[in-house]
Design a protein around this ligand. Structure first.
Ligand code: DGI
Ligand code: FE
Ligand code: FE
Length: 187
């Protein structure tokens, strides 16, 4: 699918602010794909659709999680972590994208997973550092991202875990496992 067609589709599914975020993720992901030698077209499409399911009603996402046999423990967590795995299913069924590399990059863009592919790391990181992001620590990760993909992904996970823990939120197993995987076997 061409970029303009994908952008026209996603625009209908997102509010203005999230659409602008998506364009930022797209530009950042293409840049990271160039730097770290992964497929720029896959990065572009995964970035454009990464938040596709973000505004689906929680009840609809819940039914998809159950129907698709996704881990039941997902349901106990904040709905924020549902839109990646649910998005991967909806994009396949509604848009017809069946490239598993792209779908996995979308599926794991919020939590990561141990043994992430370069494309998965690129989308995860692009989501965190796109130009519209302004939270504490993002500038350091932007610098790291220029030379050290794993270091930058690790630092984003570390920041996210600290942020969630300070707020007293539960941290999903995939997020913790991914964090540990970088420390124990280099990603
Ligand atoms: O969808 P975006 O806002 O662009 O970014 P995202 O998909 O990375 O979602 C970020 C949200 O997900 C943010 O509010 C933090 C939350 N999150 C990430 N990992 C975990 C998590 N929330 C919980 N409860 N547990 C996690 O492990
Ligand atoms: Fe997201
Ligand atoms: Fe996002």
């Amino acid at each position: 699918m061409e970029r303009n067609e994908a952008i026209a589709i996603i625009k209908e599914h997102l509010p203005e602010k999230r659409f602008i975020h998506t364009l930022g993720v797209m530009e950042t992901a293409i840049q990271l794909a160039k730097t770290y030698h992964c497929d720029e077209k896959q990065a572009e499409l995964a970035a454009i659709f990464h938040d596709y399911a973000k505004y689906r009603p929680a009840e609809e996402m819940k039914q998809i999680i159950i129907k698709e046999g996704m881990p039941k423990e997902l349901l106990a967590f904040n709905t924020e972590i549902w839109h990646g795995p649910v998005g991967a299913v909806l994009i396949k069924n509604e848009i017809g994208i069946d490239d598993e590399d792209i779908l996995n990059a979308i599926r794991y863009h919020t939590t990561g997973r141990p043994g992430m592919t370069t494309l998965e790391k690129v989308i995860f990181l692009a989501d965190y550092i796109e130009p519209g992001r302004s939270f504490p620590g993002v500038e350091e990760v932007r610098e790291l991202a220029k030379t050290d993909l794993d270091g930058a992904v690790f630092r984003s996970l570390q920041n996210t875990i600290i942020f969630l823990a300070k707020k007293g939120f539960a941290i999903y197993k995939d997020t913790l496992d991914t964090y540990n995987s970088f420390l124990l076997k280099g990603g």
